[in-house]
Design a protein around this ligand. Structure first.
Ligand SMILES: [Zn+2]
Ligand SMILES: [Zn+2]
Length: 123
């Protein structure tokens, strides 16, 4: 189970959009997460890197404006293959765009609240 960074109860992944590699990750999964207990509505990023000798991953969340959350939810629903990073639909193009440093910035233009927090996972 994933642990809500705010109330420590369980965090639900509502949507996942696989964005593929960028300048620092081999895998980048953009997610919408929600906590049914404290009503945290957030975006998540799961990044995995297999470059060099130290393979690593991190999984973080950041609270976002509810209107943006709903908009992203509707956007991801418009893609029929959200878990296919090589999908070439408009939504994948829009969210998977990389910036001048070659990093994914799926939250560009969104209203975020607070800072990125690591997600813990417990069995
Ligand atoms: Zn919570
Ligand atoms: Zn797509």
């Amino acid at each position: 189970m994933l642990v809500c960074p705010r109330c420590k109860k369980s965090l639900e992944i509502v949507k996942t959009l696989h964005l593929g590699p960028d300048g620092s990750s081999d895998e980048y999964n953009f997610q919408l997460v929600r906590c049914a207990h404290c009503q945290l509505h957030a975006a998540g990023a799961y990044e995995e890197s297999r470059r060099g000798s130290d393979a690593s991953w991190h999984h973080d969340v950041i609270e976002i404006d509810r209107g943006d959350w709903n908009r992203i939810h509707g956007d991801i629903e418009r893609c029929s293959t959200p878990e296919t990073a090589s999908c070439t639909c408009e939504i994948h193009k829009q969210y998977g765009e990389t910036d001048e440093s070659d990093y994914h910035r799926p939250l560009r233009g969104m209203h975020t609240i607070g800072t990125w927090l690591p997600i813990e996972s417990v069995r």
